[in-house]
Structures are given as structure tokens and as C-alpha cells.
Design a protein around this ligand. Sequence first.
Ligand code: ISC
Ligand code: MG
Length: 466
Amino acid sequence: MMEVKEKQFTAELEAALESVQTDQKDKLFSYTEKINQVNLYRFLEKAAQLAFPRTFWSSANEDFQMAGAGHAFELSAEVSGSRYDQVEQDWNALLSDAIIYNPYHTSGTGVVALGGFSFDPLKPRTALWRNFPSSHFSIPNYILTQIDGDYYFTINRFISYEDSYASLLEELQNNRQTLLDNRGQQNDTSVLRIQHKKEIAPDQWKKTIKKATDVMKNTSIDKIVLAREVRLHFNQAANISDILKRLVDTQSNSYVFGYEMGGDCFIGATPERLVKVKDDEVLSTCLAGTAPRGTTVEEDEQIASNLFEDPKNRKEHNYVVQMIRSTMETYCSEVSVPDEPVVHQYKTLQHLYTPVRAKLKKEHGIFSIISGLHPTPAVGGTPRQDALAFIRDKELLDRGWYGAPIGWMDSNNHGEFAVALRSALIQKDEASLFAGCGIVEDSIPESEYEETKIKLMPMLSVLGVD
Ligand SMILES: C=C(O[C@H]1C=CC=C(C(=O)O)[C@@H]1O)C(=O)O
Ligand SMILES: [Mg+2]
């Protein structure tokens, strides 16, 4: 730390400890400074060396990235009905007492909570997701934020009145130095290989699709999203920071995330924004309907125009648009939704895409919108409760955090959540990958199976070769 900054830091820390002691109440202390460029992936490596659980977020156009180390404070709610309310209440309570030094007021700096939810709190949790509760948010001890090429470093420390100034200062300064040290070995050079790949019950999955289409022919259910799992075994433990870097480098137009809990890490590169809130501006995205990429420009365009015209994919997409529009109208004003989707291209596939814009009504926040939107028919179905009941009952998979909201929010009430698709739960030298498809009445099991294969490709390619 430069000397003038160091003086500022020690003065703020001293004042914070004094406030905690005077009030006899533990409080979160948060200090943000602007720093020179630091490699985010190196920061994550150093965090692992210090045994800190890691968090990572990269927005779809990479102009905003956060890497977190440690949990200064955790928000977690196991309750099902009100888990959003519970997290929101605990978050507001934490903020109301927090001592924040942040002259920049830039999104994603200072007191930031990163975290997410499980897909369905009513589905019994299996051993696979033992480290991931129904909801969990972390205010990391140390956050490195990159915005438009500028770098910020935040220290968050929950201070108890029993803490001593000298040991606090030593702890925070030592960790700061280690985490921001760009020297040392670059990323691991050993090659991650897939030694064993097991598709979990693909034939049964296709049978469940047939069951779903039969149900849709005979009931008022219009759409059910069904997912499946692929389990991998590697030649060595996967290097999380390396994989996150590879996802950012290869998956354009995608949110890349990482969330480490109890040694397991949930990672992904998802194209789907659930909601972004900045002041009163709200953005959401309807994404459903899929086709592969072509090998030539002509073929690519032909596939795109077929996707745009295809009634089955348009149906899948329209259920999402209808539901997101009506939910947004509950929480927002000036809801604007284009009449038709466009085709968006990603590395291995193309999607039908409809952006949504709105203005947040004063009485609502990001959690109200999340609770209204999740699960959209891009991951659940229509009508929601019937589709969820089918998934809960018939899908073989424990989705855990797959298909659920994952993201961040800060003390300025800015935040963004994506839908955790194209994701994997990494467990040292093993991983579970997830992919699902929107099933409508005219779905063909074999084609849906092919669709999951292209959705799995990006993650398989960053996790090594067969
Ligand atoms: C459920 C997934 O994708 C959803 C998002 C976009 C397109 C979809 C589709 O065309 O089926 C799915 O609704 C997944 O990737 O696991
Ligand atoms: Mg589909």
C-alpha cells in the first residue's frame, strides 16, 4: 500500500474497531481502494494457497469481473417459501450496521454479496450437492474487481469487539500482500484429461421425455424442461482458476461464474441473464429455442433462419416471453419487449433471444424480481407448478444449483443474476455436468438428446479431452 493510502486504511480500521467497541456490537468493516492491474486468475490461485473459498463472476462482455477470496460474512436460508425474503432481510440488516469506506461507489466494489440458490428447495438434496444449501451468499473477505480495465481491491472483515487492532492489521495486510502479488508460477502447465465419462441413464431420460409429451397431449401442461447429468473422472484434480480462465477466453456472450463451497466448486458459462438492476433500470432476457452452428457462413445462416421459422422452437421461446413479460409487469413499469426474437450465436450453438427492459417500481428490489421469475419456462415449464411437480417426481437428477439464479448484489442496490446453465459441479478429480431442454408436445426424444450434447460441448472442451 502506498504510504498515504496506508495511513487512510489504518485510520479507518482504527475508527471501525472503536465503533465496534463503543457499541459492543460486531460489525462489518469494508475498505475499497483503486489499484494497478492484477491478474484475476493469479489472485484466485493465491486465494487457494491461503485456503480461502473462492468466488468468481465475469459479465457477458467481460467489462466487469470480480474474484473473491474467503467469506467475511455468509447469508444462508434453508426455508423454502421465503428464502428470498430471508436473504434480503439478512442482507439489509448487515448493511445497516456496516462501516463502509468506498470513495468510488462503483458497482461491484465494497460490500458485495455473491451467491445463488438451488433450483427447487422442495426436492430432497442428495449427497452430490451436500456442500450447497438451498441459498448461500458470501461477502468475500477480499474482492478484486475489474471494470472497464480499472482495478479495485476491497477488504471486508467482520470485526468483533474482542479483536485487537494489531492482529487485525497484520492479518489484513499480510493477506492483501499475498493475494495481490502477481509473481510466482503462472497457471498449472499439467494437462487435465478426462479418463472416464459416464452419461447418467440417457435412455431413461429419453423415456421421460416421451412421458412428458404424452402428459402434455392429455393435460393443460404446455412445456416441461428436463435435464440430465454427465459424470466425469479426470487424471488429476481440476484447477479451478485455469478452467474459469478457459471459459472466459472461449465462451463469448456468456456469464462465467465460480462458487466454491467445502472444497467443491460450481462453475459455468451461461448465456442467460435472469435480471440486472442498476438504479431503477431493469433488464431481463428470454432465451429458449436452440440449433447448432454451421460449418460455413452459408450453413450457419441457413440454420439460423430455420431456427427463427421453426414452430416447435418458437413455441418453446414464446412461453418464456409471455411469462417474463407478465412477471416484469408486476414489479416494474414501462416494460418493453420486442414482438419477435432474434437469433443469437454462441460458440457451439444458436438461441432464440428476446431482450426485456423495464423500470423498477419503488417498492421492489432485485429479490422480488428473482422470486417472481425463477424458474422461468426456460428451465421449469408452463404452468410453473405443474411442470415443477413433474420434474420433481420424474427427473432422475438432483439439479442442485443448476438452472437456478446465481449472481451478485452490492450496497448501492446494483446487481445481476444469471440462470446457472452450461454448468458443472467440480469435485477435485471428478465433475458432474448438466444440460436440459425445453420439451413441448411435438418434441422428439432423440433430437432433444442431440440438443443436450451441443449444450454440453463447451464445458467438456474446457475440462479436457477424452
Ligand atoms: C435448460 C437449458 O437451456 C435452456 C436455455 C436455452 C435454450 C433451451 C432450449 O432450447 O431447450 C433451454 O430452455 C440448458 O442449457 O441446460
Ligand atoms: Mg430446446
